[in-house]
Design a protein around this ligand. Sequence first.
Ligand code: NAD
Length: 247
Amino acid sequence: MKKRLEKKKVLITAAGQGIGKATAIAFHNEGATVYATDINEQTLKVLKKEYPEINIQKLDSTKKADVRKYCSQLNNIDVLFNAVGFVHHGTILDCNEKDWDFSFDVNIKSMYFITREILPKMIKQNKGSIINVSSIASSLKGLPNRFVYGTTKAAIIGFTKSIASDYLKNNIRCNAIAPGTVHTPSWEERVQAAANPEQAKKDFIARQPMGRLGTAEEIATLAIYLASDESNFVTGITHSIDGGMSI
Ligand SMILES: NC(=O)c1ccc[n+]([C@@H]2O[C@H](COP(=O)([O-])OP(=O)(O)OC[C@H]3O[C@@H](n4cnc5c(N)ncnc54)[C@H](O)[C@@H]3O)[C@@H](O)[C@H]2O)c1
């Protein structure tokens, strides 16, 4: 049976755990050649042990020179999956300038850096699919204590639409994914960091109309569709995948 991403070369950020890792594995299983990057070398090594065919590279997505150097070694890239992100907990009054800059650097400037390196390669080959991980906490929905996180995730939606519009004629598509709450290692950390972890867990689940969290693998199935030629008529769209949160 033909795999859905055969002959595609994909570059993934934040592939060491969570949605990025699940997507790296799903893309690999669909026949893609995967270049998996993350700031955390340990988690990448675990991925490599599990899937020796996946290429790994330690990369801090916020470091422009490192991103440039790494991307310059890659030839053609068909799919760029931008998963890097950090959740700051709090309101505007809890967010000082350092928090603001850090969140913008990790969540959106990183995407700007890597997209500027990969886009010229896609223009040359006259095709490509860029997928950016936003969130339901963005311009789609205001959630408590997600001030700077939601602001950066809304920026990703504008970033996505703008690229989709500018490069439509180059056969390059750009879409965003907006997950609801997904069971990932950083979500576990957020629960454990709460004053009452049991209550925090209940609260997270209560805001999901389906009464459960999403899985990273469920997000990866949407990513496969957006990476594949099945979605050739789809660009500039933010795809919510949230267990009914945005109904
Ligand atoms: N988990 C959720 O509930 C949820 C919901 C909506 C959106 N998202 C978004 O999905 C994406 C992935 O989140 P997750 O929860 O699956 O993963 P996670 O938060 O568990 O892991 C994040 C990964 O990013 C890596 N990383 C952090 N800073 C980096 C940097 N500067 N350079 C390179 N890598 C870096 C970490 O090492 C880690 O492997 C994020 O953009 C997040 O905002 C997550």
